[in-house]
Design a protein around this ligand. Structure first.
Ligand SMILES: *Cc1c(COP(=O)(O)O)cnc(C)c1O
Length: 564
């Protein structure tokens, strides 16, 4: 790294969304939170990194849910001047044959180690811009296809120009997902179409394991909105013949390409044959995602853990009793919060809120169809029977994208089950899942449930947050969990191993078998009757998962494998 610093050149990290904290709501889910965690670890490790993203002044959205389970979206307005510094520099891009001016807000992520990583939030709400152009950076993922393309022009082309105007020398451009891949066109133009030079400069991380999930724009639209930054034949050569595929563009113009878990690398190679695709498995920022009580415990027994999360491997030295107390502190906080914000005595007389001692399952993430928040309710009779013996309670949360009808219906469906099971199983769906709620919810449950449809979970990161807090994972074998899972030691699997060749139908049958059987015969008995075994698994979550699945390890891998 000395070498990098001497040359004063930076790694430029581009992401459509960056999730740093609750007060800056410029993220929609895992992708943005990962970007924020990456920046935080880079600051801790004093890496020479700068980050570029969009301002998203009206945020993603704030979620309200009606009693019937209908999602209502409100703008999540926030005030950039309260959080960051407005820079005088203005750069321009062409959009619809108009000049659009772009300014930037600077936010410095400062680490206790003394490391600093600046983030530049691009903003088109600049005097002199056409009124509609001033809105380009208002809503994260707002509007339709045209708006998306405009945002991607601002991010990729505008972002590269902004770094140049601010005087940064850049040795690598790291594209977090395809949203920023138009920056390759800016570089082609800047370096006289020197393709090798551009490829040497670019690193691309893909996050989407399905073809349909990748941004594609038809060339008529591209020409209308963007004009010809490079000749059309060149663009088609790299971006695909029929439509501009942002992932293809990045794949073709990046020297280093990676998926976000080993499993996702295999899936990506099948999706895009012919490219050399590596894997760097995701991680989370350990300090950010460890709750207060566990921070105290780690500080006492494993000092230095926050900047050296490998130390968590030595969790064995912490007394069981203190692990359990730290967990119960987080659990009581969550349960008290749930009882405060939910109208839990809705109609049944004996239904008086959740309690501290009941086995609590958590499920919270974006409400997208493939995440299958409803899988647990596939057989209500079975679930009722399981609950009679052990009693469980369940906490849900998650936002659906404003245009994702399936995700919205999923939330309504869960509300339907809550109603059906009222008086039998205590279940709540908390509103407005964000980083603040995640930090409270995940450490406060006993088991973190994850039931995605394989192979659509590229990595997933919330299970890593759970592990940092001694919460045990119970998950479909997809994404990172294929690497983190040791049955009965670090957690439990739901359904077949990815190497087994089974149809989707058969997989679902086996998933339901595992889901219900393991809850009934393994998880509930262990929780209530073998607390010492339970605590051992909590410690394994910390010592065998958290020590590795953190963004410090991830960033070191990016440095040695992608950046140097
Ligand atoms: C960590 C996090 C996610 C990612 O959750 P997954 O289960 O990995 O999809 C999404 N939203 C928020 C607010 C998070 O903190």
């Amino acid at each position: 790294m000395k070498h990098l610093q001497r040359k004063g050149q930076k790694i430029a990290y581009f992401s459509m969304e960056i999730g740093l904290m609750n007060e800056i709501p410029t993220y929609s889910g895992g992708l943005g939170v990962l970007a924020g965690d990456m920046v935080k670890s880079s600051a801790d490790l004093k890496l020479p990194l700068v980050a570029v993203t969009l301002l998203s002044r009206k945020g993603y959205f704030q979620q309200e849910i009606t009693k019937e389970g209908k999602q209502i979206e409100h703008p999540a307005e926030w005030e950039p001047p309260k959080n960051m510094e407005s820079l005088p520099t203005v750069v321009k891009v062409q959009i619809q044959r108009r000049e659009v001016r772009i300014k930037a807000w600077r936010y410095d992520v400062q680490s206790l180690t003394g490391g600093v990583v600046p983030i530049f939030f691009l903003d088109t709400d600049v005097e002199g811009n056409f009124p509609e152009d001033r809105e380009i950076t208002s809503f994260l993922y707002g509007g339709g296809e045209r708006d998306r393309l405009k945002q991607e022009i601002v991010l990729g082309i505008g972002g590269a120009r902004m770094l140049e105007a601010l005087g940064f020398g850049i040795r690598k451009y790291h594209m977090n997902e395809g949203h920023s891949s138009l920056l390759t066109l800016e570089l082609l133009q800047r370096y006289g179409m020197d393709i090798d030079r551009v490829r040497q400069l670019c690193v691309f991380t893909t996050h989407t394991p399905v073809e349909a999930g990748h941004d594609r724009f038809c060339y008529d639209l591209v020409q209308e909105i963007m004009g010809e930054i490079v000749p059309l034949e060149v663009l088609k050569r790299f971006g695909g013949h029929d439509r501009l595929n942002m992932t293809r563009l990045a794949l073709n113009l990046s020297e280093f390409i990676n998926g976000v878990a080993k499993r996702h690398k295999d899936v990506s190679i099948n999706l895009f044959p012919g490219y050399e695709i590596h894997s760097i498995t995701n991680g989370i920022h350990s300090y950010t995602w460890t709750c207060e009580s566990f921070r105290r415990l780690y500080d006492k027994y494993l000092p230095g853990w926050a900047n050296e999360p490998e130390l968590l491997v030595r969790v064995g030295g912490i007394p069981d009793e203190e692990i359990w107390q730290a967990h119960m502190e987080a659990k009581r906080k969550l349960i008290d919060y749930v009882n405060e914000v939910t109208d839990i005595c809705m109609n049944s007389m004996n239904y008086d809120g959740m309690d501290w001692d009941t086995l609590t399952l958590g499920f919270a993430r974006r409400a997208a169809g493939y995440k299958r928040a409803n899988l647990l309710f596939s057989d209500l009779e079975r679930l009722r029977k399981i609950n009679k013996k052990g009693t469980i309670q369940i906490v849900f949360a998650g936002k659906a994208h404003p245009r994702d009808g399936t995700g919205k219906r999923l939330i309504q469906e869960i509300f339907g089950y809550i109603e059906k099971l009222k008086g039998e199983i205590k279940i709540v769906y908390l509103e407005d899942y964000d980083m603040g709620l995640a930090a409270k919810l995940i450490p406060g449950v006993d088991v973190w449930l994850n039931t995605p449809l394989r192979p659509l979970e590229a990595s997933g990161t919330s299970g890593m947050k759970a592990a940092h807090n001694g919460v045990i994972n119970f998950s479909v074998l997809d994404g990172w969990w294929v690497e983190g899972w040791v049955e009965g030691i670090t957690g439990w699997a739901i359904g077949p191993h990815p190497n087994e060749r089974v149809s989707t139908e058969e997989a679902k049958i086996r998933e339901l078998d595992d889901l219900y059987n393991k809850l009934d015969y393994v998880i509930i008995p262990m929780f209530y009757q073998k607390r010492d075994e339970w605590i051992k698994m909590m410690k394994n979550s910390i010592g065998k998962i958290a020590y590795y699945f953190n963004s410090h390890r991830m960033m070191r891998r990016y440095v040695t494998e992608a950046y140097l």
